[in-house]
Design a binder for this molecule. Structure first.
Ligand SMILES: [Zn+2]
Length: 264
């Protein structure tokens, strides 16, 4: 089934890997004959969330125990935009589908990983440029139409340190790398990306004021994926993604399990 979706025609050193993912079937995945990388951070009270008014940490409380009630049961509360989560198309644009309305076929796609970790290492405000995409494509082949694009910034290594992760300066401004508006527009319109994901708090850089990337993505009815884990474990291409968000009526986002499938 991946063959039909990953029609990538990489003519470079990655072509072997792209071919291999075409040969991985769901039966292979079920039989343990594929590698699955879980791109989801474990939800707990230390999870990063957007540091805005009204947001609060994840909270889990026990409502019944086996000792007292014969059964273990808990209740949790959290903002929609906390931990590894999806930004639904209605997050930044009106008249766009809410979380419950996204068509399930949007949750399956070949994945690619672009990388600005070297730039981010020296500049926390670095953004992915059109030139970066051109360089990636000359090395790895054209980004397949309808892929889910992930951006590795290296920020995942700060996940356990919320203060370092959001990197707020004395003026309260956040500093972390992301997509530029032009790069996002190219990926959404010229490469028909189903969604754009990132390994930090936002698909717009920390210092962004206009949230150009969110608008480009949401205006096209597409979604964002934020705080995506373990991007350093993925190749540049040659894997398949399954995105499984919670289904909240009228939701603008929510916790999401994201799995990458690679040939073993
Ligand atoms: Zn979000």
């Amino acid at each position: 089934m991946f063959a039909a979706l990953d029609s990538a025609t990489a003519q470079t050193q990655d072509s072997k890997q792209s071919k291999a993912i075409n040969q991985v079937s769901l039966a292979d995945v079920a039989a343990g004959k594929a590698t699955i990388v879980d791109l989801t951070h474990v939800l707990n009270e230390k999870n990063a969330y957007w540091p805005g008014t009204g947001y609060e940490p994840f909270h889990l409380k026990t409502i019944a125990t086996i000792e007292k009630d014969g059964v273990l049961s808990k209740a949790f509360s959290m903002p929609e935009h906390l931990g590894t989560h999806i930004d639904a198309p209605n997050h930044f644009e009106t008249n766009q589908p809410d979380l419950s309305m996204i068509s399930p076929d949007q949750f399956f796609a070949p994945g690619v990983v672009l990388d600005i970790a070297p730039q981010a290492e020296v500049n926390a405000d670095a953004t992915l440029t059109l030139k970066d995409i051109q360089e990636w494509e000359s090395k790895h082949g054209r980004i397949p139409d309808g892929a889910i694009v992930l951006l590795h910034t290296g920020w995942g290594r700060f996940w356990d340190n919320y203060s370092r992760y959001k990197n707020q300066d004395a003026m309260g401004k956040l500093h972390f790398p992301s997509y530029s508006g032009e790069a996002a527009a190219f990926l959404i319109h010229e490469r028909k990306a189903k969604g754009l994901g990132i390994d930090n708090l936002s698909i717009d850089s920390g210092i962004s004021k206009d949230f150009a990337v969110h608008h480009v993505v949401n205006k096209a009815g597409r979604y964002g994926l934020e705080n995506v884990a373990q991007l350093e474990k993925l190749p540049a291409r040659g894997f398949f993604l399954i995105v499984a968000p919670i289904r909240i009526e009228a939701g603008s986002g929510g916790p999401t399990r994201i799995l990458a499938i690679l040939p073993k």
